[in-house]
Design a protein around this ligand. Structure first.
Ligand SMILES: N[C@@H](CCC(=O)N[C@@H](CS)C(=O)NCC(=O)O)C(=O)O
Length: 207
């Protein structure tokens, strides 16, 4: 969605109830996951691959031109999947020990990302690129969790924090989600009755 909006492309979107996936969706999504891009009768799946394709067919490219920088951007795009997974595992952990372990993993990986960043405001400098589009959904959800807990999880990572602020201020990022995304996301976490979900509801009860 972010890449399509950045590129000013027309598209239709169909949201999938992942707890009740329709048959037509299961037929076109080999992993049974979103997102899937449908172009007439053809399908592309995996968000990084979808973004690469959209970028290729709608110049100018949102990748650096230098081949090494481009490869490194792709490496860090892959790292965004790991951070999403770290956040997911942490937010769903069912016992204290596993919660702490997953949280420490997330923090360790955030430090690796912090060490990669330059002067910003974006990953490669002043221009918003594909690598930025890849990290925006992660930061958006981490900020939802920060707000819900009243704890700034990016406090020790000033470059990530500034990057996150720049990303979340982008029109394409804001318009990539439904207006009720925060409530929906926190309701989803709450329903998992995880350690983090319980802590959020305690903070909510206190607040
Ligand atoms: N590597 C995939 C991950 C996609 C993914 O995990 N999608 C989740 C929602 S964020 C999903 O569809 N989950 C449904 C399921 O696993 O049943 C990508 O980047 O496209």
């Amino acid at each position: 969605m972010i890449t399509l909006l950045e590129k000013g492309q027309d598209f239709d979107i169909t949201y999938i109830d992942l707890a009740n996936k329709p048959d037509w969706f299961l037929k076109i999504s080999p992993f049974g996951k979103v997102p899937v891009l449908r172009i007439e009768d053809e399908v592309v799946f995996e968000s990084a691959v979808i973004n690469e394709h959209l970028d290729e067919v709608t110049p100018p490219s949102l990748h650096p031109q230098d081949p090494l920088k481009k490869a490194q951007n792709r490496s860090w795009i892959e790292f965004s999947s790991q951070l999403n997974m770290d956040m997911f595992m942490w937010s769903l952990a069912q016992d204290e020990a596993s919660h702490d372990e997953k949280f420490e993993k997330l923090i360790a990986n955030l430090q690796k990302l912090e060490d990669q960043l330059g002067d910003g405001p974006f990953f490669n400098g002043t221009e918003f690129m594909l690598v930025d589009a890849a990290f925006a959904p992660f930061f958006m959800r981490l900020v939802f969790l920060s707000d819900a807990m009243g704890t700034n999880y990016l406090e020790s990572f000033p470059k990530c924090s500034d990057w996150s602020t720049a990303l979340l201020a982008k029109d394409s990022v804001q318009k990539s989600v439904i207006p009720t995304i925060k409530d929906k996301f926190l309701t989803y976490i709450d329903a998992k009755a995880s350690v983090l979900a319980k802590r959020i509801s305690e903070v909510g009860a206190l607040g």
